[in-house]
Write a protein that binds this ligand. Structure first.
Ligand SMILES: *Cc1c(COP(=O)(O)O)cnc(C)c1O
Length: 413
């Protein structure tokens, strides 16, 4: 790392902010719809609301509900509303976390601790998941000493239920399904996974990080969405990110459990230091109040009608992209995406070369592997740029043939 000392003297406020803005000029231009992942943006009006709400709780600390009953209340509201969208009955418990990865880590920790406390505690607990599940599961398993077993998906990129069943063993504590999966936007057969999990008496986590605030509204719009949430008996926990299709500020997700009997294994309590009884529901100690306030503001500003409308716009953008991509001769869609996460492959040019061309025009698409494809996360804000993107995509496919070595990196992020 470079050695950089703290400036001796401070600088003027405008000077400091101007330098940040200067650095940001190198960033992907998500306000102009150029980012096809990472940022979920609608428009200036919502952005201003998130800013205002976030700054109202900028220094507030969600570690203490007694000092900040406002945060406790807002956290309870957004957790309960998310649970309600996901058919959680009155028994469902959960809370806000810093993101999908923390929600997933906590879900695995909770299930592990519950398993360890049982008289049939496995030697080395295992989690069985489809190959398309998010890397956060492997990360969590690595942290927690759980063995992850990834199982190949079927030809439609969905969890292969018989293969998953075959992977279950005496040490399995958890089965995972995604609704939808990030790479291909397909929903795993959650009801079938619930059947095998229930039969073996293991838990089932549904990762709705990307779908939790999208699929319920897509269903309102008449899309065919198979049961994927707590409506399915046997789903024991779920994750849903507010900072994705909840269109909230970064740092907000919800983890949910079917009942308190599972949730009670999540919080950590400690008394063996001089600082007083310490208790934290999450991995984080100090927790940013702003992220909770911004999520609460988004829920109340948009309401169900607002989310349905944003989902309608994202789906329209997505449908037009699918039609446009399919119409470009060398491109074909992978799987049959149910909502707004699209993957497409190319014949005659490498995907990474197409992404490399697109980058020259400011578009940032991710390059996936096995099978090679390009990935788009389509949001409501993208509706304005569909035609521009498709025009540049066609240009990029040709450009990739001329310049096959100008590659974008193969990466999720
Ligand atoms: C984004 C995502 C995650 C991880 O969430 P972070 O907020 O990035 O930590 C997990 N699962 C799925 C399906 C996701 O799309």
């Amino acid at each position: 790392m470079d050695r950089i000392g703290l400036p001796e003297e401070g600088r003027a406020r405008d000077d400091v902010l101007a330098e940040i803005a200067l650095m940001q000029r190198e960033d992907v231009d998500w306000k102009a719809g150029r980012a096809w992942s990472l940022v979920y943006h609608v428009d200036d009006e919502l952005l201003r609301l998130l800013e205002a709400a976030y700054s109202m709780a900028l220094l507030d600390n969600g570690l203490s509900g007694s000092a900040f009953p406002s945060l406790e209340r807002m956290e309870r509201d957004v957790s309960a509303m998310t649970a309600d969208l996901l058919h959680g009955g009155g028994a469902v418990c959960g809370n806000v976390t810093s993101g999908g990865s923390e929600s997933i880590l906590l879900a695995l920790k909770t299930v592990r601790d519950r398993a360890v406390a049982s008289p049939f505690a496995p030697q080395r607990p295992e989690v069985v998941l489809p190959r398309s599940a998010h890397p956060a599961f492997n990360k969590a398993a690595h942290y927690l000493g759980i063995r992850p077993i990834r199982v190949e998906v079927d030809s439609e990129m969905r969890a292969d239920v018989p293969a998953m069943e075959a992977a279950l063993g005496p040490n399995t504590i958890l089965v995972v399904g995604s609704a939808p999966s990030y790479p291909h936007g397909v929903i795993d057969p959650i009801a079938d996974l619930a059947n095998i999990a229930t039969q073996r008496n293991v838990m089932l986590h549904v990762d709705a990080c990307v779908g939790g605030l999208l699929l319920p509204f897509a269903r309102d719009l008449g899309r065919e969405i198979p049961p994927f949430d707590f409506a399915v008996e046997g789903v024991t926990s779920m994750s849903a990110d507010l900072h994705k299709y909840g269109y909230a500020a970064k740092g907000a997700s919800v983890v949910l459990y079917r009942d308190a009997d599972v949730y009670r294994y999540q919080p950590f309590e400690f008394d063996g230091w001089p600082g007083g009884r310490y208790s934290a529901p999450n991995v984080a100690g100090t927790r940013p109040g702003g992220a909770v306030a911004a999520a609460w503001a988004a829920f109340h500003f948009l309401g169900r009608a607002g989310y349905v409308d944003l989902t309608r716009r994202a789906l329209e953008a997505s449908d037009r992209l699918i039609a446009g991509i399919t119409a470009i001769e060398d491109l074909r869609l992978l799987g049959a995406p149910v909502v707004t996460l699209l993957a497409f492959a190319a014949d005659g040019a490498r995907e990474a070369a197409i992404a490399g061309q697109l980058l020259q025009r400011g578009w940032r698409v991710s390059v996936q592997s096995e099978p090679a494809s390009l990935h788009l996360t389509v949001t409501a804000g993208h509706l304005n740029v569909v035609d521009d993107f498709l025009r540049d995509l066609e240009w990029a496919v040709e450009g990739a043939k001329r310049e096959p070595d100008r590659l974008a990196p193969v990466a999720y992020n």
